[in-house]
Design a protein around this ligand. Structure first.
Ligand SMILES: Nc1ncnc2c1ncn2[C@@H]1O[C@H](COP(=O)(O)OP(=O)(O)OP(=O)(O)O)[C@@H](O)[C@H]1O
Ligand SMILES: [Mg+2]
Length: 280
């Protein structure tokens, strides 16, 4: 039978992902099927641990799936080699990570400009683009600060500016408003909606934020790694057996000994480093 959704910009089929802690499997996604059309503004909602970040990571090919396929712009992204995948992402996908993932030794401007430089743009042009997007997310005046000199919400906005700066066809955003006050969050949502309308950028956003959910063109509900129609009667996840935790399986004295050994090693390294510096 011919595929009913030839226009999908993102097409996930039977996606399964399981994480392992020691010998215990923790299934995160069970058989996700998803079609996103170009220009959609879709929000993935679901309680903590339902699989939102895992699904975004698989669609962005940041992690591999145990089973299933993901096509982005008609390309089987999970089957690509590492370099090809990186190039593909750089040209087509902007990612806003839940944990920002900014480069610590770069200023905010450099963090944003870096993706443009990787795309082949010159440094001056890249810096101009960075200034533009930092201004759009209302932190244009903080461009010279490093991530550790910014608040969580400001770092989140740098991460958003970085995703927007490459003007990708798709933006995958993992909780982009999680650390923003409601007013700044709303302004960011409006900016994303505006880009969605003006440039036709496709957005797939995971969020708990009611304002983001309200802005959604389509709301996809995730529960226990599956797409559901409603959240009624979804049981609480079971408590994992103690054997699932290899750390807890070690006696406390052994854990303490390991911890002290690590701490001592770190202190010695630090002292050695300092002595080297003093000699110079
Ligand atoms: N590296 C990992 N090792 C083991 N289990 C993991 C790992 N990453 C995620 N999980 C598990 O996979 C499931 C899905 O996690 P995921 O981070 O996708 O949830 P989420 O919906 O994004 O949650 P949140 O709203 O808290 O960000 C959870 O049960 C989580 O504990
Ligand atoms: Mg998450």
């Amino acid at each position: 039978m011919p595929d009913q959704t030839p226009t999908s910009i993102i097409k996930a089929r039977d996606l399964h992902k399981c994480y392992w802690v020691g010998t215990m499997p923790f299934p995160a996604l069970h058989g996700i099927n998803l079609d996103i059309e170009p220009g959609e503004f879709t929000v993935l909602a679901g309680r903590s641990g339902s699989g939102k970040s895992t699904l975004l990571n698989l669609i962005g090919a940041l992690e591999s799936a145990d089973n299933g396929s993901v096509e982005v712009l008609g390309e089987n992204i999970l089957a690509m080699g590492r370099d090809q995948r990186t190039r593909f992402r750089l040209q087509n996908i902007g990612f806003v990570f839940q944990a920002y993932n900014l480069i610590r030794v770069f200023s905010a401007r450099e963090n944003v400009a870096y993706v443009c430089q990787l795309q082949g743009k010159g440094r001056k042009k890249s810096m101009e683009i960075a200034d533009h997007w930092l201004h759009e997310v209302e932190i244009g005046h903080l461009g010279y600060r490093r991530p550790d000199q910014l608040s969580g919400g400001q770092q989140q906005r740098v991460a958003v500016a970085r995703a927007l700066a490459s003007e990708p066809k798709i933006i995958l955003a993992d909780e982009p408003t999680a650390n923003l006050d409601s007013m700044t969050g709303r302004r960011l949502i409006h900016l994303m909606q505006d880009l969605n309308r003006r440039l036709g950028t496709t957005f797939l956003i995971s969020s708990h934020d009611p304002d983001v959910k309200q802005a959604a063109g389509r709301l996809i509900k995730l529960a226990d790694g599956q797409i559901v129609d409603a959240w009624d009667n979804i049981p609480k996840p079971p408590i994992a057996p103690a054997s699932a935790c290899p750390v807890e399986n070690l006696p406390l004295t052994k854990r303490l000994r390991n911890y002290l050994r690590e701490a001592r090693k770190k202190a010695l390294n630090k002292r050695g480093h300092k002595m080297n510096e003093d000699q110079h």
